[in-house]
Design a protein around this ligand. Structure first.
Ligand code: KIV
Length: 295
């Protein structure tokens, strides 16, 4: 067996080398193949299949209801839609809290069945031995500190974390402990810039900020926020790079109107009686190619 073929995706050592080089790491969330492919084309380093899918895909008010089956399905979609980025699967609530054995079994599924290259899990403390074991068996782990949405029932809201000195100190210690346990990166969500800066200089692994200021080693955002598709709630750190919700509303309502007014479809958008016209869509072309016998 040959191992000489280069691994085609962004790897853990590559991301870790970016910190040493001072090159910012860029990640985004993705939940389906088409969006994931587009995001990859734009040059992101990693795609996180976030359990934020609970909010933006499934329509829940928290991430708590997300299941292994749902996250595995989404991870498979993102993996199939990409070939270069690192795909990181977010371990859903309940999938890593019960025991180290169950956590490993679940994380293994994300790599084997989901096609992910790494997993992310929220928290530190009691999870450190589990993280160490995951890394030992060959599963790269991204940590997540600060606002950890799976703790919503403890926190009682989505406010900025680590504003109090004691919580900030604990967060810095947790960052160091995650590095010692073998995490290759740490997401810092919604903490003061000063605390994110302290963690970033206290660890040699990259910190990836979301709502945590400019001094992290990289940034990640929920793609629906970046694109302005989710416009019901907009925390201060979200910049809409397009007004996706408005564009979608405008496009769909124009189409609804065109259909009602008999302006869609026109003759040029309809099929005549000539043969071969069924292969004019890229999808039809693809499947007719796939079913053609090879010469
Ligand atoms: O689930 C998610 O999208 C996340 C990001 C916000 C980091 O965890």
């Amino acid at each position: 067996m040959s191992h000489t073929r280069e691994f085609p995706r962004v790897t853990v050592p590559v991301l870790m080398s970016y910190k040493a080089e001072g090159r910012k790491i860029v990640g985004l969330t993705a939940y389906d193949a088409i969006f994931a492919g587009l995001e990859e084309e734009c040059g992101v380093d990693f795609l996180l299949v976030g359990d934020s899918a609970g909010n933006v895909i499934a329509g829940h008010s928290t991430t708590i209801p997300m299941t292994m089956d749902a996250m595995l399905f989404l991870t498979r979609c993102v993996s199939r839609g990409t070939s270069r980025v690192m795909v990181i699967a977010d371990m859903p609530f309940g999938s890593f809290q019960v025991s180290t054995e169950q956590t490993i079994a679940n994380a293994v599924r994300f790599l084997k069945e989901g096609g992910a290259q790494a997993v992310k899990l929220e928290g530190a403390g009691y999870l450190l031995p589990t993280i160490q074991r995951l890394v030992e068996v060959g599963i790269p782990v991204m940590g997540h500190l600060g606002l950890t949405p799976q703790k919503i029932n403890i926190f009682g809201g989505y406010e900025v974390r680590a504003r109090k000195p004691q919580e900030a100190r604990q967060l810095v210690e947790d960052g160091k402990a995650l590095e010692a346990a073998g995490c290759f990166a740490i997401v810092l969500e919604k903490i003061p810039s000063s605390v994110a800066r302290t963690v970033t200089s206290a660890v040699s692994i990259p910190t990836i900020g979301i709502g945590s200021g400019p001094d992290c080693d990289g940034q990640v955002l929920v793609s629906y926020d970046l694109l302005g598709i989710f416009d019901k709630f907009r925390p201060k750190f979200i910049r809409h790079y397009m007004e996706g919700a408005q564009l979608i509303r405008k496009a769909v309502s124009t189409w609804v109107n065109d259909v009602r007014e008999g302006e869609y479809p026109t003759a040029t958008e309809s099929y005549g009686d000539e043969p071969d016209e069924g292969t004019s869509s890229p999808r039809a072309k693809q499947s007719s190619k796939a079913s053609r016998p090879k010469k």
